[in-house]
Design a protein around this ligand. Structure first.
Ligand SMILES: Cc1cc2nc3c(=O)[nH]c(=O)nc-3n(C[C@H](O)[C@H](O)[C@H](O)COP(=O)(O)OP(=O)(O)OC[C@H]3O[C@@H](n4cnc5c(N)ncnc54)[C@H](O)[C@@H]3O)c2cc1C
Length: 581
């Protein structure tokens, strides 16, 4: 243990104390740290890994903020009552109303403060509907916001410490493709404007690669985290890397500090106000996944997307001082299907299937060759349907199947659209191809006769834009993810142009939903629901405010940032007579 020495107020290693210690450098951690700092507190951020950004850096960085101030200019009508009605209806009896209301009350203020201070910058996705847009109070678009691009060069030497995006989600050695780039990528061979947009992306990337290990035009979660990090550094918040918080110090009825491992030493850092746990939940904890994920408990394959450092440390730390675990959520994690992309070194890197499933010309089938779900529904709905369809099978796995027109227009999984070549993906075995449906089924190990029947039955109505089995394309969310120029139904087209292609998908998660019980002020609470003084949990360390459901795009990072903001303000208030404004 290092003896505390008094030096500069933020020189924590020598001073030994600070107002607030934040464990974890994702969206939740940065939001808490920056809010506390904006309110005048001395803050230190502690990150376990050698890279900062956590799952947030892998993500699309989308946030869900009902009644946000961008809506007015875009002509979007939204009310707090509608948003609460939607959550009440969708989450049902698992909704913690006090936390949900705290989220709705504080989220717009968080966004306004962060944008005013230059800490965050977002663009409203006006037609990105909530995921269940026909439920009461749902929005047809305008509650989800996409982070603006950011220039990674602003990070200076820290750029190499920003967690890069998942490899399979970049092109040409590290070029990021954002949510707003996708329509251009899909239309680059049909529209001069789109071709120009993609051409500019490629030119910038080519220039970047002369000087940098990857592209510096950051989009999605990388842009969000980089902007947060630069804002934190500018405001004098130190960030220690490779320094896990391993213990909490508790005394006199409150958390008074934390033990951090750094350079082989155990350092005690005292806190005057509190510790914020923002360690990103437990997606890398195999034991907890065996306990909480039914398909994993049944021995079925599951490959997690989040980084390997998210091992549930926050949960363990909270429980060590009386915090409690809340596993009574609809789903223990935010599910998504992934395919596994073979790498030259023999390893497999997952690719999340957010969009291709619901585009025209694609269906998903189980090994019996049956469709089992409306493929255009959200990833969080798709995976439970897949697991259920494969209940009696040795594995939970399905195939996304498409025809030649579809793959050239939209790609398939990690393969982008034409002019990108299918060949490397065929060679690696990632994608299967055949001139006949029967041949494709045999290559995948799917019941061939049944697949042929399934596609035949699908194609007839699909020619009229109909899907009598699952009503694909029936709501605004599905149509948003379809292809707007495809008529009459943006989500449905027959699979009738050989060759046919397929990729296998299995369950994965974007992050965990079960977590530490917290109150509306983001304080960790004990089994009697009393707050543990000096201890907060935000992001995926806290149990999902959505009760384990996934109502819309951005429902984990929106609340992560909002409860980070709430924690920061509460910490500021906790030592003053004057409440934070
Ligand atoms: C591909 C993908 C796309 C996604 N897109 C979206 C999206 O658009 N919108 C959305 O809302 N959600 C999205 N998600 C989910 C979202 O990324 C996560 O839910 C969210 O980023 C979690 O934020 P966090 O702050 O809780 O944790 P993280 O961002 O995971 O950060 C936690 C950090 O804590 C560190 N840590 C762990 N243990 C310790 C310790 N003992 N001491 C110190 N540090 C520690 C970790 O190393 C990590 O860096 C996506 C996820 C993926 C994988």
């Amino acid at each position: 243990m290092i003896a505390p020495r008094r030096m500069g107020p933020l020189d924590i290693e020598s001073a030994g104390t600070c107002d607030v210690l934040v464990a974890g450098s994702g969206a939740g951690g940065f939001a808490a740290a920056l809010t506390a700092r904006l309110h005048g507190l001395d803050v230190i951020m502690i990150e376990k890994e050698s890279l900062f950004g956590g799952t947030t850096a892998f993500s699309a960085g989308v946030i869900w903020i009902p009644v946000n101030s961008h809506q007015k200019a875009a002509g979007v009508i939204d009310t707090r009552e509608d948003a609460l009605a939607y959550l009440t209806h969708h989450v049902g009896n698992r909704l913690d109303r006090a936390r949900a209301e705290a989220f709705l009350d504080s989220a717009p203020a968080m966004l306004d403060l962060f944008e005013r201070e230059g800490i965050a910058a977002f663009t409203l996705a006006t037609s990105w509907a909530d995921y269940h847009p026909d439920e009461p109070g749902a929005s047809q678009g305008g509650r989800s916001l996409v982070p603006d691009d950011y220039d990674g060069r602003a990070l200076g030497p820290w750029f190499t410490r920003l967690r890069p995006p998942i490899k399979t989600m970049t092109a040409f050695s590290g070029m990021m493709v954002g949510r707003n780039d996708l329509p251009h990528v899909f239309s680059m061979t049909r529209s001069a404007r789109s071709a120009l947009h993609v051409g500019r992306m490629l030119a910038r990337h080519a220039r970047d690669r002369l000087r940098h290990s990857r592209g510096t035009r950051l989009v999605n979660g990388n842009a969000l985290v980089a902007r947060l990090a630069v804002s934190a550094f500018e405001r004098g918040i130190p960030l220690w890397l490779s320094s896990p918080v391993v213990e909490l110090v508790y005394g006199g009825g409150r958390v008074t500090g934390a033990i951090v491992e750094r350079d082989g030493k155990r350092l005690e850092i005292g806190v005057r106000r509190g510790v914020v746990l923002a360690c990103g939940g437990f997606p890398a904890n195999d034991e907890l996944k065996r306990r909480l994920y039914a398909h994993v408990a049944a021995g079925k394959r599951h490959v997690s997307l989040p980084p390997s450092g998210n091992t549930g440390d926050g949960l363990r730390l909270a429980q060590s001082v009386g915090g409690t675990f809340h596993g009574e959520v609809h789903q223990p994690a935010a599910w998504t299907p992934v395919s596994l992309v073979p790498q030259p070194d023999g390893s497999m890197v997952p690719f999340p299937h957010f969009f291709d499933r619901g585009k025209p010309g694609y269906i998903s089938v189980d090994r019996r060759g049956r469709r089992f779900v409306n493929e255009a529904l959200s990833y969080h709905v798709f995976v439970p349907a897949l697991i259920e369809a494969c209940r009696d099978d040795p594995q939970a796995e399905a195939w996304i199947v498409c025809d030649h027109d579809a793959i050239r227009r939209f790609g398939l999984g990690a393969l982008g659209p034409a002019p990108l070549s299918v060949r490397p993906f065929l060679r690696s075995g990632y994608i299967k191809r055949s001139n006949t449906v029967i041949g494709l089924a045999e290559a995948c190990g799917i019941d061939a006769a049944r697949l042929e029947r399934t596609i035949g039955e699908f194609n007839g109505p699909a020619r009229r834009g109909e899907d009598p089995s699952f009503q694909r394309g029936a709501d605004a969310y599905q149509r948003f993810n379809g292809s707007p120029d495809h008529k009459p139904n943006p989500c449905v087209a027959p699979l009738d142009k050989p060759p046919f292609y397929a990729v296998r998908v299995i369950p994965s998660e974007l992050g965990t939903f079960a977590g530490i019980r917290t109150n509306a002020s983001a304080q960790v609470i004990d089994s009697d629901s009393r707050p543990i003084a000096g201890l907060y949990a935000v992001g995926n360390d806290a149990a999902s405010v959505m009760g384990g459901t996934y109502p819309a795009a951005g429902i984990t990072i929106g609340p992560a940032m909002t409860f980070g903001y709430i924690a920061g303000r509460h910490l500021a208030d906790s030592g003053s007579q004057h409440p934070a404004t």
